[in-house]
Design a protein around this ligand. Sequence first.
Ligand code: SAH
Length: 224
Amino acid sequence: MEDHKSLVERLVRIGVIKSEKVRRAAERVKRHLFVPKKYKDMAYADTPLPIGEGQTISAPHMVFMMNELLDLEIGHRVIEIGAGSGYHAATIAEIVAPIDEPPDKWGYVVTVEINPTLSTQAYYNLKEAGYLGRVHVINMDGSAGIPLLDEVDRILVTAAAPDVPGPLFAQLKEGGKMVIPIGPPGGFFYGQELFVVEKKNGRMIKRRVTEVAFVPLRGRYGWS
Ligand code: SAH
């Protein structure tokens, strides 16, 4: 079974992890703090794992690939739709708000979870791992954006949507980027694809990246 160090090294070697910052975040966040007890010994296998409520923590290669696509910088304000275990949010926090930089340079991550059991679990996982000052967990339907927040630099969606939700795109700053899987429930056999969406001069520019398999987005702009 792969350990933390060899997992990160392999993902660098095969080109999934490209940048120093994504690598550093991958090294810093301990995935075993975010998976259920019975899967602890599989925490550094490159595979999704069940986290309860029929949901999964994504495979590490998918988390880091999305982080590369997000093109994150220190100071960025980021929304994640689909907190799940809280792991992905922690890896983003390590880039936008690194602990060795002064807090006035920090951005933040607001991660939204529709399932109350999972949002509570994400909160305690993030607390245990030391991320509560940099990641905020909200229990609501995030598919229509977050009414309390201003526009943000980056948006990550970790559940497959029918299309780019209009209100979410509206919450993106000019020049901002969103990474989002789009396609029907059921995974890549049914045609889910990962997209990078950019806002340029107020317009949407969509780039398809690869085929993927995510759990379905629920809520107002999700699958019913
Ligand atoms: N990023 C997570 C894995 C996400 S799995 C991690 O690092 O562990 C996708 C999650 O999206 C599930 O927990 C699911 O409950 C949640 N979800 C689905 N639809 C949602 C919505 N409309 N708003 C917020 N969360 C949603």
